[in-house]
Design a binder for this molecule. Structure first.
Ligand code: AMP
Length: 285
């Protein structure tokens, strides 16, 4: 396994792999790898002859009052985990490499980024799409793998790739959870013991939403009200949003008719956690 820190070297490597007629899979991450990332990497290993992951805590997707400086990092541990699933290259650039002096170009996807995290985290998706567009130009993947845990992000990346005619396939994979249902996230490490218990209210509220839906409930407000009351019954929780959206437009729906996702963001103590459930799909909890 190689660690590549410069864009030039990464591009030369990827170009040579492409010249050999081999397929490149890319898994973008911010590091501090967990089983969610591992599942993406295992899929990437199957999809590509060459598996590249990127580890980069992208400053442009963090707001000024967010956790950029505190974001957990452990490169040595990440290296060992990447090695264990057969990663060929870790692309590990510096900020100076990614955003040198005079940098001024950003990619902005419009409609699907307006709601949900786009409302609570202004500029977040602009940072995500910009860094992903750059990573696609640097690692030159044929296929890239993202998690459905960040559902709006996946929809946004798919939109960007389609709209800008980027020549790659975007694969979305199911959320990996702790045995008790908590969606895995690098930010879970911030949770104190009691908060960890309250954090289970997110996935449990999704389970309640699924049950209501399975029993025929299609009124979004009714499902959201049940989830809100349930989560508010747990200490340390502050709800940012709970919304039911069309999976194509990411706009709120009043009644569930087409494919819809219920997405929520909740602060549990300090950390802000997100989770979601696409109605009609299985939910392993
Ligand atoms: P991050 O390092 O948090 O930026 O995440 C990198 C990739 O891993 C993104 O595509 C995420 O959606 C995905 N991911 C994060 N957590 C999970 C999870 N629990 N299950 C599946 N994928 C995940």
């Amino acid at each position: 396994m190689r660690v590549i820190e410069t864009i030039k070297e990464m591009q030369m490597f990827s170009e040579s792999v492409r010249m050999e007629g081999k397929k490149i899979a890319l898994v973008p991450t911010m590091g501090y790898l967990h089983e969610g990332h591992m599942s993406l990497m295992r899929e990437g290993r199957k999809l590509g002859d060459c598996l590249i992951i990127s580890i980069y805590v992208n400053p442009t997707q963090f707001g000024p009052s967010e956790d950029l400086d505190k974001y957990p990092r452990d490169f040595e541990r990440d290296e060992a985990l990447a090695q264990s699933v057969g990663v060929d290259v870790i692309f590990y650039p510096s900020n100076q490499e990614m955003y040198p002096d005079y940098y001024q170009t950003y990619v902005n996807v419009e409609g699907v980024t307006r709601n949900l995290c786009g409302l609570s985290r202004p500029g977040h998706f602009r940072g995500v799409t910009t860094v992903c567009a750059k990573l696609f130009n640097i690692a030159k993947p044929h296929v890239t793998v993202f998690g459905k845990k960040d559902f709006q992000q996946l929809v946004t990346i798919k939109r960007m790739v389609a709209d800008l005619n980027m020549d790659l396939e975007v694969v979305g994979l199911s959320t990996i959870r702790e045995p008790d249902g908590l969606a895995m996230s690098s930010r879970n490490t911030y949770l104190k013991k009691d908060e960890r218990e309250s954090a289970l209210s997110l996935s449990r509220s999704l389970k309640r939403a699924k049950k209501l839906y399975d029993h025929g409930e299609r009124n979004a407000a009714a499902i959201i009200k049940d989830m809100r009351t349930f989560i508010e019954g747990h200490p340390y929780t502050t709800i940012d949003y709970i919304k039911i959206c069309d999976t194509v437009t990411m706009e709120d729906v009043a009644t569930i008719e087409r494919e819809a996702v219920v997405a929520l963001a909740v602060r549990v103590g300090l950390p802000r956690l997100i989770d979601n459930y696409v109605f009609g799909e299985p939910l392993k909890l």
